[in-house]
Design a binder for this molecule. Structure first.
Ligand SMILES: Cc1ncc(COP(=O)(O)O)c(C=O)c1O
Length: 357
C-alpha cells in the first residue's frame, strides 16, 4: 500500500553469541531434526502419544524403572508442579536464599503453588544438613508452615555442584524428619558432566524423591519435565499439571525434544562442551594476573567475576552478560552448548585490551 512502511526491526545474525544466559542459545540442530521427524500424521493428544511413551523408557533408563516423567513447558512450572505434588496445602520448602524458586520465579511457588519458602543463606549456593536445620523445625506447631520439602538446585545458581554424598546427607536428613528431597535440575546435565557420573548416581541412588529435569538450557526450543523417583512422595501430579496449565495438548512435541536430548548422548555432549567453555573462560580470567577477581568456584557452565564498572560498560558494546551483584561489580558469564572457543578467546582478548587501556 502506498505510504505504508515495512518492519524496521533487523533480525539477528545467526553467528551472534553472548555470555548472558544459556537461555540465549537457540535449539540444537539434532533437536530441530527430531521435531521435524515427529511432525506429520496424527497422534493422540495430551500425552497418550508414542513420543511420550518413549520418553518414559528413556527416563527409566536414566533414573531407574520406578521413574515416571511428566513433561511441562518450562522450569518454573516443573518446580511449582513438583513442590505442590510433594506438599500439603500447609507445607513449606526449605531452600537456599539463592534458589531460583526464591529469586527468579516471581513468587510462583508461593502465589501459584500456595507454598511457603523458608530460605537459608549459603556461602556457595549449596545447602548442608546444618543449614537445613536452621529452618527445619516447628513440626506439629500449627503456627508455623510445616517444612515438608528440602529443595536443592543441581548445578546451583552459583555454578557449584553437589557430590552424591552431599545429596545423600540431605536426603537422609530430610527423610529422617519426614520431609522429601526435591532437585531443581534445570542444569542437571551440567552437574552430571562435572561429576562424570550417570544421572541416577546423584538422584535416585542418593535418595532424591522428585527432579525438575532441565531441557531448554541444554538445547531444546522449550520443555522440561517433572521426574518422580519415589511414587509414594507425590499426590495428584497429573491433576496439578493440568490445573497449573502445563498439560500440553500436542505433547508429542515436548516429549520428542526431550527424547532427542536424553536418548543418546546429546545431553552429555552438550553439557560437557558448555562446562569446558566455562573452564576455558575461567582459565583466561585467572591468567589476567589479578586484574579481575573471580569470585566463585567454576564447577559447571557459569563463571562469576568482579569487573571494573567502566570495563563492563565497554565490554557490553559487544557482549551481553548479567550483573550479579551490581554493587560489587560482580557479573555472571554463562556458557552454552553452542559457545565456541573463539567466542571465549575473543571475549578475553577484548577484556584484556580494555583493562590495559
Ligand atoms: C536454576 C533454575 N531453575 C529453573 C529455571 C527455569 O526457569 P524457566 O521457567 O525460565 O524455564 C532456571 C532458569 O533460569 C534456573 O536457572
Amino acid at each position: 500500500m502506498p505510504g505504508q512502511t515495512g518492519p524496521v526491526t533487523r533480525l539477528h545474525d545467526a553467528d551472534e553469541r553472548h555470555f548472558a544466559s544459556d537461555n540465549y542459545a537457540g535449539a540444537h540442530p539434532e533437536v530441530l531434526a527430531a521435531l521435524a521427524a515427529a511432525n506429520g500424521g496424527h497422534q493422540t493428544a495430551y500425552g497418550a502419544d508414542v513420543y511420550t511413551a518413549r520418553l518414559q523408557e528413556v527416563m527409566a533408563a536414566h533414573f531407574g524403572a520406578g521413574a515416571t516423567t511428566y513433561p511441562v513447558f518450562n522450569g518454573t512450572a516443573a518446580n511449582v508442579v513438583s513442590l505442590q505434588a510433594l506438599l500439603p496445602r500447609w507445607g513449606a520448602v526449605v531452600c537456599a536464599e539463592s534458589a531460583h524458586i526464591q529469586t527468579d520465579e516471581n513468587g510462583a511457588p508461593e502465589r501459584v503453588g500456595g507454598l511457603k519458602l523458608l530460605t537459608v543463606p549459603t556461602p556457595d549456593g549449596k545447602l548442608t544438613p546444618e543449614l537445613v536445620a536452621r529452618q527445619a523445625w516447628g513440626f506439629g506447631d500449627e503456627h508455623r508452615a510445616q517444612p515438608g520439602v528440602v529443595s536443592i538446585t543441581q548445578s546451583t545458581e552459583l555454578g557449584t555442584v553437589y557430590t552424591p554424598d552431599e545429596v545423600r546427607a540431605l536426603a537422609d536428613q530430610a527423610h529422617g524428619l519426614g520431609m522429601r528431597l526435591h532437585v531443581d535440575g534445570a542444569r542437571i546435565a551440567n552437574a552430571a558432566a562435572a561429576l562424570d557420573l550417570p544421572l541416577r548416581a546423584f538422584t535416585t541412588d542418593a535418595g532424591v524423591d522428585v527432579v525438575s529435569l532441565g531441557g531448554t538450557k541444554n538445547g531444546l526450543l522449550f520443555g522440561e519435565a517433572v521426574v518422580v523417583l519415589d511414587p509414594a512422595s507425590v499426590d495428584g501430579l497429573p491433576y496439578l499439571r493440568k490445573m497449573d496449565m502445563q498439560l500440553a495438548s500436542k505433547m508429542r512435541f515436548v516429549s520428542a525434544q526431550l527424547v532427542a536430548l536424553y536418548e543418546g548422548d546429546l545431553w552429555l555432549r552438550s553439557a560437557r562442551h558448555a562446562n569446558a567453555m566455562a573452564a576455558r573462560l575461567r582459565a583466561g580470567l585467572d591468567a589476567l594476573d589479578g586484574r579481575v577477581s573471580v569470585t566463585r568456584a567454576t564447577e559447571a557452565n557459569g563463571v562469576f567475576v568482579v569487573l571494573p564498572p567502566a570495563v563492563s560498560a565497554e565490554l557490553r558494546r559487544t557482549w551481553r552478560f548479567y550483573d550479579w551483584h551490581p554493587d560489587s561489580g560482580e557479573v555472571r558469564l554463562m556458557c552454552a552448548f553452542d559457545t565456541t572457543g573463539e567466542d571465549v578467546d575473543a571475549f578475553l582478548a577484548e577484556l584484556a585490551r580494555l583493562l590495559d587501556a
